[in-house]
Design a binder for this molecule. Structure first.
Ligand code: SF4
Length: 264
């Protein structure tokens, strides 16, 4: 099995986005974690494709991958969760002792102790289930603090800071550079709510990764004549570390950026 760096070296490095990821490195990371398939990138040279075959041992649904294994272990953990209590804590909807529904990135999911399904009953990719189960397994989450902090203010975020900036905030900034109105439309399509927060930004929206996980998106458009590139900051509620572990927050942010930039 190849590492993400080894895989990256064999990719086209054009960051074209056709694989659904904002850049080739993101794709390499997902391929290394068996969350993607070689078939998702149409531009890999044949000889590189052959060299990468061993890294492509698992598509998202393949059993036995690290994500499948993590999901299996989380399923054991979720058995101990009292869904009635969890629904109250996480602002989900209690259905019965084995079923709740919860909003996640502006879509509704049906969560049982054995599977996570879309609203229309389709099974979700392992990592989606992992994020939802991880959230519901967080012990005693407090109510939101109502105070925004940057990602880098989260304890132990240092190692993930670059990923957050590069794979989340910069993806949104680059994509919507010079296109503030498109950004606003994308935010509104995503269920984000415009806020009247004061500041020099060109757009400010609140959204919820989960019902109990608010986020504030701030966007400054590029000013080419001053050499000022577009910037985006996603601020998190101060209690965010009680809502998900740091790795999961980054994956969630990447998915949010991916979905936002697809919804032009
Ligand atoms: S489709 Fe291929 S070339 Fe394009 S960003 Fe994804 S990995 Fe890179």
């Amino acid at each position: 099995m190849k590492t993400a760096i080894e895989i990256y070296k064999l990719l086209p490095k054009t960051n074209c986005g056709a694989c659904g990821l904002p850049n080739c490195f993101g794709f390499a990371t997902k391929l290394a974690a068996h969350m993607a398939s070689l078939d998702d990138c149409p531009d890999i040279a044949e000889e590189d494709r052959a060299a990468l075959r061993d890294a492509d041992t698992g598509r998202r649904e393949s059993p036995g991958t690290v994500y499948e294994q993590a999901l299996e272990s989380l399923k054991k953990k979720i058995q101990a969760v009292d869904f009635k209590k969890a629904a109250g804590l996480f602002r989900a909807i209690y259905r019965d002792a084995d079923t709740i529904t919860i909003e996640f990135l502006h879509k509704r999911y049906v969560v049982t102790k054995h599977a996570v399904l879309t609203d229309s009953g389709e099974k979700v990719r392992p990592w989606t289930a992992i994020l939802i189960y991880n959230h519901l397994c967080m012990p005693s989450p407090p109510a939101t603090a109502g105070e925004w902090i940057s990602f880098s203010a989260i304890p132990q975020s240092h190692a993930k800071d670059k990923a957050w900036k590069g794979h989340v905030e910069e993806v949104i900034a680059r994509h919507f550079s010079g296109k503030v109105e498109e950004l606003k439309r994308a935010c509104e399509n995503f269920g984000c709510v415009k806020t009247d927060r004061e500041g020099s930004h060109d757009a400010a929206y609140t959204l919820r990764f989960f019902p109990l996980f608010p986020v504030l998106l701030l966007f400054w458009d590029a000013v080419p004549e001053e050499g000022f590139p577009a910037q985006c900051t996603l601020l998190l509620d101060k209690h965010a570390p009680h809502y998900l572990d740091i790795e999961s927050i980054v994956v969630l942010g990447e998915e949010f950026a991916g979905r936002m930039t697809e919804e032009r």
